[in-house]
Design a protein around this ligand. Structure first.
Ligand code: HEC
Length: 365
């Protein structure tokens, strides 16, 4: 089902939002053999609305407009580079789309929703970190006015929250736009079924024929770890837990349950991450069910098990953000405020920190 109602994501995530997300992810029953074949035979997706006019610059400072994009279909999404909550998840999916649609004549367009910080240079660096070889990916530096108009025209939300600082509220959808600039589909980024429908519809629009993408050659654990963006999140301790030396360690889950990381735990973490979420991360692990064969899953787990343990202790303290009540890991980079006469307070985002700083008494227990 395609939804026109945008799914809002606040970077200053509330705990209830995180729970909602977890429930939606949890409703998916993963299967290793999932593929595109069970989807109904593809027909051309219906025209929904005309994309708006816009005029921005891409990460190489080249102008990009509605007109310059006509001639080829594209998949669009909305992100900003300093976001630590939903955007890494969206970008990992954007990269997966690029890999699932290899060599096809189409583009991938990420509109920045943070005109203040996302310069062409910052966007070029971001693209380089996530998928340096993808020439079809344009990341657009926007202007406040241009972004506002584009958001209205695409029927999405992209606005700064009143907290300012890093906090931008934006839609977490992917859009499929055809070669004439007409929007042909709006897909939730959270629903695995919609992700597959998007791949199928995109192939149809390029004339590549419906369903099955070419079967990839078996890939080694190391190749998969980098191709599937694992390193982009897991090499940044503020985003995701370091994976080296994990086997046999005790993990504290969101539910406060403590489990030991064995082989089965690692596999489940990859194909059904919602089942056991590690405590203290504002972001969640994207499910890779249906994107790996069982041999690939085995080699990925073997690769992770052999990774060296991180030099700093990953089993850090977990504190509660006094504003949104999310769990926060007390790492070197954790956001904190230390007021006289009390222990430091830790925050999941700049937004919560700013709320607290304005009026600490309102949040003190
Ligand atoms: C978008 C960021 C992101 C990407 C990409 C990502 N992960 Fe994760 N992963 C997370 C986060 C955040 C957690 C902790 C929260 C949770 O469990 O959902 C996590 C948890 C895990 C865990 C459990 C770790 C523990 O400490 O118990 C494993 C194992 C894991 N990921 C493996 C992988 C592998 C393998 C890949 C690539 C195929 C991958 N992840 C890609 C963000 C990511």
């Amino acid at each position: 089902m395609k939804k026109l109602v945008p799914i809002l994501v606040a970077v200053a995530f509330s705990s209830s939002f995180a729970i909602l997300f977890a429930i939606r992810f949890g409703s998916h029953t993963p299967s290793e053999a999932e593929d595109y074949a069970h989807l109904p035979k593809s027909e051309s997706p219906p025209a929904l609305f005309n994309s708006p006019d816009f005029s921005f610059r891409d990460q190489h400072a080249a102008p990009v407009t509605r007109a310059s994009l006509t001639g080829q279909p594209y998949i669009a999404n909305f992100i900003f580079t300093t976001c630590r909550t939903i955007c890494p998840l969206l970008t990992s999916k954007m990269v997966r789309l690029q890999r699932d649609l290899p060599g096809l004549p189409m583009r991938f367009v990420s509109f920045s929703v943070d005109p203040e910080h996302d310069t062409a240079e910052a966007l070029a660096k971001y693209a380089d970190e996530w998928n340096p070889d993808e020439k079809r990916w344009l990341l657009l530096e926007t202007t406040p006015k241009g972004l506002e108009a584009a958001a209205v025209g695409f029927h999405v939300t992209a606005q700064r929250t009143d907290g300012g600082l890093d906090a931008v509220m934006h839609s977490a959808v992917f859009m499929l736009v055809d070669q004439h600039g007409v929007v042909r589909g709006v897909y939730s980024s959270e629903e695995p079924g919609e992700f597959k429908a998007l791949v199928r519809d995109a192939r149809t629009l390029t004339g590549a024929g419906a369903a099955l993408p070419p079967v990839a050659k078996a890939r080694s654990g190391e190749v998969l770890f980098h191709e599937m963006s694992c390193a982009n999140c897991h090499e940044r301790p503020e985003l995701a837990p370091p994976l080296g030396g994990l086997l046999g360690q005790r993990r504290t889950l969101e539910t406060s349950l403590i489990v030991t990381a064995d082989d089965a735990y690692l596999k489940e973490a990859i194909v059904a991450p919602a089942a056991k979420r590690v405590a203290g991360y504002p972001l969640m692990m994207p499910s890779l069910a249906g994107h790996l064969t069982s041999d690939e899953l085995d080699s990925l787990v073997k690769y992770i098990v052999a990774l060296p343990p991180p030099t700093s202790n990953p089993d850090v303290l977990v504190e509660i953000d006094p504003v949104c009540h999310m769990k926060v890991r007390v790492t070197e980079n954790a956001l904190s405020v230390h007021l006289d006469g009390g222990p430091p307070a830790y925050f999941c985002s700049e937004w919560c920190k700013a709320r607290f700083t304005e009026n600490p008494d309102a949040y003190r227990r």
